[in-house]
Design a protein around this ligand. Structure first.
Ligand SMILES: CC(=O)SCCNC(=O)CCNC(=O)[C@H](O)C(C)(C)COP(=O)(O)OP(=O)(O)OC[C@H]1O[C@@H](n2cnc3c(N)ncnc32)[C@H](O)[C@@H]1OP(=O)(O)O
Ligand SMILES: CC(C)C(=O)C(=O)O
Length: 523
């Protein structure tokens, strides 16, 4: 039997550090449910001391996903008592909770970031691990920036943390500086010493992709004794991202003779998980991305197509069915019924809706199907994303402030090469407002007209539009970033009409600013 490699998924923590990828509570719960289906061993659900919202999300994941289940739930803390307490309070509801502590080990972190001596930083880590051990039996210590650290100091840190009670040692290549051969031999040396010190401690790696080597470094570490890998779905994460879960898992599965190791991942759930994360976070998967990119199993040239028809393995090293890719996609239309729609949602891993929730979602589906004729997988993610957005609005402060929000009643945009102009009609409570403006383009005119109505000094910093799914009626998804009063706000919206999608995104940004103003006033 080959060696089992533990999979620690940090999509909801390191993955969520991608600017603009923030998820609401319901989306996080949905992703966590899907990670459980994928059978990851550990979910890192967030950084609870960073905000009340993140604390709450970690706690709900621990309660809803981690209870009555072997899956471990963890969250990240600095070597700071308050952070460790926040992790403990949020993850303790899980059946298998874990406290994860991180602290730098490289000279630049020790000297420049902390302004301390190596011994002082090491003592801080020991104190943190000892404190965490008074709260929970399972504690992971991450030696941040290990690949740039002085090796003997790194080892003395690991030794001290194991003696203080850490049950998992994670060796991060925090800035993606490592190279597979070098990283592999570092892990080999650590593993060799660790086995003599305490062979019950799990050795783990966490690799970033700054030089495009995160997966290669992770695999090199596995070859050299690492028992556990940290990764994210679609390789998302800080800067250039992390090792992609699907790449590491499929490399182990496809080349058992090289690695002699396996994971417990249900690989047929990989595509569903990838699409869910990409859809909810609004982060497209690069078309040529290994395993989950749109072209990963597309064959375009004649010689390849001929070969494939004769024998698939001429040009395919992975069976697409192994990652949950069907050869066929069912196309839904306004004539589709509840059974077909429910089946398609379940196929995408979303079968948790109550009957009442499903009726709301089905109504949304019919509205979309009427405007768009054919509804594809990508559209279904947008429907669920909008559903959760509405639900979170109703459940949080939004509900009590809803009469303060602007709603779009009508818009008219005249696209004229000299003077593009826009007229808008917005409603707030019982009041109707109209605004008109000219601009350098239709979106500029539209946003100027809306700014005139809401009377907030908003600066548009970024505007992105992309088409979701296929066909000429594809949904346009608009994502904007605006600045107001020195703060940045991100808002998204989708519609088959791109001008409407643009207007809805701007309204969402305006309403986020309004809710923040109202919350600040009342606290
Ligand atoms: C490699 C990684 O991915 S680590 C995870 C990164 N994730 C995050 O940063 C989560 C989001 N962060 C946050 O919400 C905030 O930064 C918080 C809540 C963690 C801290 O906020 P603030 O208290 O305002 O501090 P701020 O972020 O400005 O500075 C970080 C402080 O923590 C210290 N610090 C950084 N890392 C650590 C650590 N591992 N252990 C102890 N202290 C640390 C820094 O030295 C600095 O302290 P200083 O003020 O004495 O110089
Ligand atoms: C918290 C640690 C593992 C991390 O994210 C890093 O070092 O990149």
């Amino acid at each position: 039997m080959s060696r089992k490699i533990w999979v620690f998924d940090t999509t909801l923590r390191d993955g969520e550090q991608v600017p603009g990828a923030k998820l609401n509570l319901y989306e996080k719960l949905e992703v966590a449910k899907q990670l459980k289906k994928l059978q990851v061993d550990i979910i890192e659900a967030g950084f609870p001391s960073s905000s009340a919202g993140d604390f709450n999300a970690v706690q709900e994941i621990a309660k809803q996903i981690g209870q009555n289940s072997n899956i471990m739930i963890t969250a990240l803390a600095r070597a700071v008592k308050g952070d460790i307490d926040a992790v403990y309070e949020s993850v303790r509801h899980a059946q298998n909770p874990l406290i994860h502590i991180v602290l730098g080990t490289s000279n630049v972190h020790v000297e420049k970031k902390f302004g301390k001596s190596k011994q002082q930083v090491l003592d801080l880590g020991v104190e943190a691990v000892r404190y965490a051990k008074t709260l929970l039996p399972e504690v992971q210590y991450s030696t941040e920036d290990a690949s740039r650290a002085d090796f003997e100091y790194l080892w003395s840190t690991i030794e001290a943390m194991v003696k203080a009670g850490a049950t998992m040692i994670n060796v991060p290549d925090t800035v993606g500086f490592a190279e597979p051969e070098q990283f592999g031999s570092m892990i080999y040396k650590i593993n060799d010493r660790l086995k003599n010190l305490n062979d019950q401690v799990l050795l783990s790696v966490h690799c970033h992709n700054d030089l495009g080597m995160a997966t290669a470094n992770t695999l090199a570490a596995i070859k050299n004794g690492a028992d556990k890998v940290e990764c994210t779905v679609n390789g998302i994460g800080e800067r250039a991202g992390n090792a992609a879960l699907e790449e590491v898992v499929m490399a182990l599965k496809t080349r058992p003779e090289v690695y002699g190791a396996h994971t417990d991942i249900v690989t047929t759930e990989i595509m569903n998980t990838s699409r869910m994360v990409s859809g909810f976070m609004g982060l497209d998967v690069q078309v040529n991305k290994a395993i989950t990119g749109e072209n990963a199993f597309a064959h375009s040239s004649g010689i390849h197509q001929d070969g494939l028809i004769k024998a698939r393995e001429t040009y395919e090293i992975i069976n697409p069915a192994d990652i949950g890719l069907d050869d066929m996609e069912l196309v839904l239309t306004a004539r589709s019924g509840r059974h077909a729609v429910k089946t398609m949602f379940a196929k995408l891993g979303m079968n948790q809706f109550t009957d009442e929730e499903f009726e709301v979602i089905f109504a949304e589906f019919l509205t979309l199907a009427d405007t768009k004729k054919e509804v594809y997988d990508h559209d279904l993610y947008v429907i669920v994303e909008n559903f959760y957005k509405q639900r979170s609005k109703h459940n949080e402060q939004f509900n009590s402030y809803s009469d303060q929000f602007f709603k779009l009643i009508d818009l008219q945009v005249i696209i004229n090469s000299e003077f593009p102009s826009a007229n808008v009609k917005l409603q707030r409570g019982e009041d109707i407002f109209t605004g008109s403006a000219v601009g350098s383009g239709p979106i500029d005119a539209l946003y100027s007209a809306m700014t005139e109505v809401c009377k907030l000094d908003i600066q548009l910093k970024q505007y992105d539009i992309r088409s979701v799914s296929r066909g000429k009626e594809a949904l346009g998804k608009v994502k904007i970033q605006v600045e107001y009063n020195g703060n940045m706000y991100i808002a998204k919206a989708s519609d088959t009409d791109i001008l409407k999608a643009s207007a809805y995104a701007y309204i969402n940004a305006i309403n986020s600013i309004i809710v923040e103003q109202l919350v600040t006033k009342t606290t």
